[in-house]
Design a binder for this molecule. Structure first.
Ligand code: GLA
Length: 699
C-alpha cells in the first residue's frame, strides 16, 4: 500500500486497487490505469500507452489534447472535452497550458506541481491514499505567483478516467423534497451527462455521488466491478460523465462553474474541495461498505461514539412550544427509554409561526419567561441530554435582525427579494454575519447544557446578489459555503462535546463536506414508513446507518403497525417524533420494548457492515442485514409492504457470514455454517405491512 515512483510516473496502491499516472513526452500529465491491484509493478503501463495517432492528433479536427486522457485537463489547444480548469489571465488570454514542474511525495500523499508555460499560475494536484478503504482523495490548489489577478472560471477537483471504452452504466440518485434518493441507473452514451446543484446547497434533487459499472458485465449488490466517487462539498457542485467520440469515458467532479468566478489576486491560493473515489469488484454493496467505513471512521467528528435514541418535538408541537409542554413530552420520552430530547422549531424570539423570528436566536420571552435553563435542567433531571433546533443561515423579514440589517441578505438591489417559507437567506459569506451568528450561538451553548444541535436550512437560493462584495460577486457561491463551514467549525472547536445534525428540509444537505461537521443527518421530512424504506435504501448507497436519523412519527399511526414503523427506523439511528401525549399506554409500552431492543442491537446497525438483501425500491418484500466487522453478530430486517395474497415470499439469503463458522439465526431452528445459511436461504412468512428482526449469532 503505497505510492511508488516509476521512470515516468507513479503507481498508487491501496489494499485492493491501483491507480497510475505519469507524464508523456510532451510533459503532460496522463492517466494510466484505475482498477484492481496487480501483482507486479511491471504489470501497469505508466504512463498509459497513448497510441501514436492520438499523440499526434486526428486530422485537422481533433488535436492531441482532445485525444489524450489528461489527469487534470486545462482548457487549452484544440481540445473540446470537459476541462477541469478554465481561467482568464489579466491580459484576456483564456487558456491554460500546464506542464510538469515538480513532485513531492509525503507519506500517503503525492503532490504533483504543474505550471503554466507562460503565466504565473501554479497548479498542484494532490492525491492522498486511504488504503484500507480503497479510496483515493484528490483536490487541487491554484496559486497566483504573479502581480496581476487571474480569474478562475472553472476549478474542478478531479477528473476520474474509466478504463478505455464506452460500455458503462451510471448509477446516481434523484429526488425532491419529501421524496429523496431514488436510484437511477442508465447507460452512458456518447456526449455528456450532467448532474449538478445550482441551489447554493447540495440539494434534494441530486447528490454529488456516482457509481459506474460495465453495461456488458453489470455489477449487482454482491459482485462486479464498480468505480464510484463523491465530492465533499455542501454548495453548488457539478458532475459531468462524458463519453467522447474516441471511446474515452470519464467523470469530472467539482464546484459548479455555472455563474461561478473567482478572482485570484497576486500571491493568493485557491483550494478546491476534495473528491474521493474508489474501485471494487464487490458490486454496489462493496462500494457502499467502503464509503460507509470511511465516513464512520475518518469523516464524522465523533467516530465510534454510540448514537443516542432521540425524541424530536417538531411533529408533536410544531411552533407551539412551552416549558411545560416540552417537559410533559420529555417525561413520556424518558419513560420509554429515550436518551436525548430535542426541542425543534418555535422556541426563539417571536417565533409563533414560520412568518417571524428567524435570525433572533434567543429564547422567546413569552414562551420561556424563565429562559431555557429550567427546561434544560428538567430534561437533564430525567436523565436525558438536551438538544435544540436552529436555522442560522436564514432570516424572516419580520425579525429584529432583519429590521436592523436588511442589507445582510443575499439579494440584487433592484429586484424583489423572493421569499420562500417567508424567509430570506443571510449572506454568511460576510464576516459580520459570521460574527453575529457565532456570538449568539456560542452564547446559547455556553449558558446551557446543550449536547445536540439540529442545524436546518429551509430554502434554496434566488437573486444571488452580493452588492458590496469585496471581489467578484460570483464568489458568493463558494464563500457562502466557506462561511457556513467557518461558523460551524468555530462553534465545534469551542464546544467539542456537542453532536450536530445536518438538516435541510430533510435530505437537502447531506454530503461528505457537511459530515465533517455533523455526525448525523435528517434524511427526509417524509416519515411515512413505506416510502422511508426506499429513501433509506438510496441513502445507504452513499452514507452509513450511523449518520441516518430515522424517527417514528404519527404519519402512519392507526394505519400501520407500530412495530413495522419502529423496525423501519431501527435500520438507522432510531428516534421518535410522534405526539406522545396522544399515544395510548399500550403504544408507549410497546415503544419502550422496541427501544430497549434497539439498544441491544444498535452497535451492529451503527458500526456494522451493511448488506442490502432485497431492494425496497424494487420490491414490496425487502430486507437488509448488518453484521459486525468480526462477523460474530448480525441482524436482518425484513419488510413486506403491500403484495396481493396468496404469495410465497422468495427466500432471503444472508450475506457476509464467515463460511466455516457456525451460526444460529433467531426464529429458525438449527446451528449451521455461515456457508449453509448463505446458500440455502431463509423462508419468511410475513403478511402485508408486517416486518421481522432476525438476530444472527456465531456460536
Ligand atoms: C424543516 C425540518 C423539520 C423541522 C422544520 C421546522 O422542515 O426538516 O424537521 O425541523 O423544518 O421548521
Amino acid at each position: 500500500m503505497s505510492v511508488r515512483a516509476t521512470e515516468h510516473g507513479w503507481i498508487l496502491e491501496t489494499r485492493a486497487t491501483a491507480y497510475t499516472l505519469g507524464f508523456d513526452d510532451a510533459g503532460r500529465l496522463i492517466h494510466g490505469y484505475w482498477g484492481a491491484r496487480l501483482p507486479y509493478s511491471a504489470d501497469y503501463s505508466v504512463p498509459a500507452r497513448t497510441p501514436g495517432w492520438a499523440s499526434a492528433g486526428w486530422a485537422s479536427f481533433n488535436g492531441s489534447s482532445h485525444l489524450i486522457r489528461a489527469e487534470y485537463p486545462g482548457y487549452a489547444g484544440p481540445s473540446y472535452v470537459e476541462p477541469c480548469l478554465k481561467v482568464m489571465f489579466a491580459d484576456g488570454v483564456r487558456d491554460v497550458v500546464l506542464r510538469q514542474e515538480g513532485v513531492e511525495l509525503e507519506d500517503e500523499t503525492l503532490r504533483i506541481r504543474l505550471h503554466d508555460t507562460v503565466y504565473p499560475l501554479a497548479v498542484t494536484l494532490h492525491y492522498r491514499l486511504h488504503p484500507d478503504v480503497d479510496l483515493i482523495e484528490r483536490w487541487t490548489t491554484l496559486s497566483n505567483e504573479g502581480e496581476q489577478p487571474i480569474t478562475l472560471e472553472r476549478a474542478f477537483s478531479a477528473q476520474w478516467h474509466l478504463p478505455h471504452g464506452t460500455d458503462y452504466r451510471l448509477t446516481h440518485v434523484n429526488g425532491r423534497w419529501l421524496d429523496e434518493m431514488h436510484l437511477v441507473r442508465e447507460s452512458l452514451e456518447p456526449g455528456s451527462k450532467v448532474l449538478e446543484s445550482r441551489r447554493l446547497t447540495t440539494s434534494h434533487h441530486h447528490n454529488p455521488w456516482f457509481a459506474i459499472d460495465r453495461a456488458g458485465a453489470p455489477a449487482n449488490e454482491d459482485a462486479g466491478e464498480v468505480w464510484f466517487g463523491v465530492l465533499a462539498w455542501s454548495g453548488n457542485w457539478k458532475l459531468v460523465a462524458e463519453v467522447t467520440e474516441f471511446a474515452s469515458t470519464r467523470v469530472s467532479l467539482g464546484l459548479n462553474d455555472w455563474d461561478f468566478a473567482w478572482r485570484l489576486d497576486a500571491g493568493q491560493e485557491f483550494t478546491t474541495p476534495s473528491s474521493f473515489a474508489g474501485y471494487t469488484r464487490e458490486g454496489f454493496g462493496g462500494a457502499s461498505r467502503l464509503l460507509h467505513e470511511f465516513v464512520r471512521e475518518s469523516v464524522v467528528p465523533h467516530p465510534g461514539v454510540t448514537r443516542k435514541v432521540l425524541y424530536n418535538s417538531w411533529e408533536a408541537t410544531t411552533f407551539d412550544v412551552s416549558e411545560q409542554g416540552q417537559l410533559e413530552l420529555a417525561r413520556h420520552a424518558a419513560a420509554m427509554g429515550v436518551e436525548l430530547f430535542v426541542m425543534d422549531d418555535g422556541w426563539f424570539h417571536s417565533r409563533a409561526s414560520d412568518n417571524a423570528g428567524l435570525g433572533d436566536w434567543w429564547p422567546d420571552p413569552e414562551k420561556f419567561p424563565r429562559g431555557l435553563g429550567p427546561l434544560v435542567e428538567g430534561v437533564n433531571a430525567l436523565s436525558m441530554d438536551f438538544g435544540l433546533w436552529i436555522e442560522p443561515e436564514m432570516v424572516n423579514p419580520d425579525s429584529d435582525l432583519y429590521r436592523a440589517h436588511p442589507d445582510w441578505v443575499i439579494h440584487f438591489p433592484t429586484r424583489e427579494r423572493t421569499e420562500m417559507r417567508n424567509q430570506l437567506i443571510l449572506n454568511v459569506a460576510r464576516p459580520e454575519v459570521q460574527e453575529y451568528l457565532i456570538k449568539l450561538l456560542d452564547d446559547l451553548l455556553t449558558r446551557h447544557n446543550i449536547r445536540f444541535i439540529k442545524w436546518d436550512m429551509n430554502r434554496n437560493i434566488s437573486e444571488p446578489g452580493w452588492p458590496d462584495a469585496p471581489g467578484d460577486a460570483r464568489e458568493l457561491w463558494v464563500r457562502y459555503v466557506q462561511g457556513v463551514y467557518h461558523i460551524w467549525d468555530t462553534l465545534r472547536a469551542r464546544h467539542p462535546e456537542v453532536i450536530w445534525q445536518s438538516c435541510s428540509g430533510g435530505g437537502g444537505r447531506v454530503d461528505f463536506g457537511i459530515l465533517r461537521l455533523a455526525d448525523q443527518a435528517w434524511i427526509s421530512d417524509n416519515t411515512s414508513a413505506p416510502p422511508r424504506l426506499a429513501i433509506q435504501e438510496g441513502y445507504s448507497h452513499i452514507f452509513p446507518a450511523s449518520t441516518m436519523e430515522a424517527w417514528v412519527t404519527d404519519w402512519d399511526r392507526g394505519k400501520l403497525p407500530l412495530e413495522f414503523r419502529f423496525h423501519v427506523s431501527m435500520c438507522g439511528l432510531l428516534g421518535v417524533g410522534g405526539n406522545l401525549l396522544h399515544w395510548s399506554a399500550e403504544e408507549r409500552a410497546q415503544a419502550a420494548q422496541l427501544i430497549a431492543q434497539y439498544k441491544e442491537l444498535r452497535h451492529i446497525v451503527q458500526f456494522g457492515d451493511l448488506y442490502r438483501l432485497r431492494s425496497p425500491q424494487e420490491h414490496a418484500f425487502s430486507a437488509l442485514e448488518y453484521i459486525t466487522s468480526d462477523r460474530s453478530a448480525g441482524v436482518i430486517f425484513a419488510f413486506r409492504t403491500h403484495i396481493p395474497d396468496p404469495i410465497i415470499l422468495p427466500l432471503l439469503y444472508p450475506r457476509g457470514l464467515e463460511p466455516q463458522a457456525r451460526y444460529i439465526i433467531e426464529s429458525f431452528d438449527g446451528v449451521y455454517s455461515g456457508q449453509a445459511w448463505m446458500q440455502t436461504g431463509l423462508e419468511l412468512n410475513l403478511g402485508n405491512f408486517e416486518s421481522k428482526i432476525l438476530r444472527i449469532s456465531r456460536v
